[in-house]
Design a binder for this molecule. Structure first.
Ligand SMILES: NC(=O)C1=CN([C@@H]2O[C@H](COP(=O)(O)OP(=O)(O)OC[C@H]3O[C@@H](n4cnc5c(N)ncnc54)[C@H](OP(=O)(O)O)[C@@H]3O)[C@@H](O)[C@H]2O)C=CC1
Ligand SMILES: Nc1nc2c(ncn2[C@@H]2O[C@H](COP(=O)(O)O)[C@@H](O)[C@H]2O)c(=O)[nH]1
Length: 327
């Protein structure tokens, strides 16, 4: 692999502006059968999303993917969302009981709009077989499969029937896969995204490693249709998880889905827990993301998200922050 880089190594090059106000720039994206306000989805992790947040996101025009760590709640969740006329978007794993769950959905004639197969090493027969199982029994669900980090994996999962693939092995803020196994796209996630996007014939979700709102535009430039974000969404008023107070400041927990806190045991641990500073209301962050992305579109010289896909860029190796803090 040549030209390896990550988010912090890239600057996009401005093109002549065609709008009079950033508010003219349209950040919406069609993903599956729905149009969403932003090409952004909060990570399907237990300290990032719950049923209440999912409902609020869907009601307000944002994409969401519910996590899979309370499996017994999924049927009622799908029914509840669809009764309200909203889309249902859930996650599954690949173990035997998940095959029964898909069968149960079929028997109850429930078709989630989106099903995400969420495992660490998605380039596997386990995922290929689950894609095929879902497509056999619930063909109308949009299947997102991951996570992967190579073009071969993207092609194989698409070939098996996935409608989108999720790229990112180990770039996450609470990830320790790279340290514990030596593998992954940590440190070169953006280059891996570009590599995978060149092979993809269907949409890609860039997953992990987003540290600033500008990284969303960079993900779109390098081929993402959707960007999954954990840490930037952690610590909000609505975020699930424990809040602690230290030196007069409030913090909220954010833990990995493969951490001992999620698993309840110290086996095959590839995630850790951290505390993030309390950030206020989720809707304010979403509005700021939208405004920043509108600004990105204006710098790209367009008025739609698509404009970002064609901009030039430079590689400025690890230097763009010059020691500056992000906030
Ligand atoms: N994006 C990322 O970089 C990563 C994300 N995660 C997240 O953590 C959560 C748990 O993931 P996961 O452990 O896969 O889920 P599960 O615990 O549900 O495991 C899924 C299945 O895959 C097997 N498995 C897990 N890892 C590997 C591997 N490296 N090679 C072969 N088989 C494997 C497991 O068996 P067994 O446990 O017996 O091996 C199990 O049968 C998910 O939400 C996932 O997204 C975890 C790590 C990396
Ligand atoms: N290696 C691990 N990766 C994990 C774990 N739990 C979640 N994740 C991945 O991280 C992203 C979020 O990344 P962020 O940089 O935005 O915080 C998430 O979507 C998963 O793909 C884990 O325990 N280990």
């Amino acid at each position: 692999m040549e030209n390896v880089f990550d988010y912090e190594d890239i600057q996009l090059i401005p093109a002549k502006c065609i709008v009079n106000s950033r508010s003219e720039c349209d950040t919406t994206i069609k993903f599956g059968n729905h149009i969403f306000k932003l090409p952004v989805v909060p990570a399907n992790m237990q300290t990032i999303i719950d049923e209440k947040i999912a409902l609020s996101l869907a009601e307000n025009g944002y994409f969401y993917i519910m996590h899979r760590f309370e499996p017994e709640k999924r049927i009622d969740f799908i029914k509840d969302m669809q009764t309200r006329g909203l889309f249902a978007s859930i996650s599954v794993g690949v173990k035997a009981e998940e095959y029964d769950f898909i069968q149960q959905l079929k028997e109850e004639q429930l078709t989630p709009d989106y099903i995400t197969i969420d495992i660490a090493h998605g380039h596997s027969n386990a995922v290929i077989e689950m894609i095929q199982h879902i497509k056999r029994h619930i063909p109308d669900s949009f299947v997102i499969a991951g996570n992967v980090g190579t073009p071969e994996a993207v092609r194989e999962l698409e070939h098996a029937g996935a409608d989108a693939t999720k790229v990112g092995i180990g770039p996450g803020k609470v990830c320790i896969t790279k340290i514990k196994t030596g593998f992954g796209t940590g440190g070169w996630q953006l280059a891996a995204l570009r590599w995978c996007a060149k092979a993809a014939s269907k949409p890609i979700i860039a997953d992990g490693g987003i540290r600033t709102h500008g990284d969303i535009a960079k993900s779109v430039r390098f081929g993402a249709s959707m960007v999954m974000i954990g840490s930037l969404f952690a610590g909000h008023e609505e975020s699930p998880g424990e809040t602690i107070e230290k030196d007069g400041k409030c913090y909220k927990e954010y833990f990995g889905s493969a951490s001992e806190f999620q698993k309840g045991e110290k086996k095959n641990v590839e995630g850790k827990k951290m505390y993030v500073e309390h950030k206020g209301a989720l809707k304010d962050t979403l509005i700021e993301m939208e405004q920043d992305l509108q600004s990105s579109i204006s710098y790209a010289g367009g008025n739609k998200l698509e404009a970002i896909r064609n901009v030039d860029y430079v590689v400025v190796k690890n230097s763009i922050f010059n020691g500056d803090k992000i906030y």
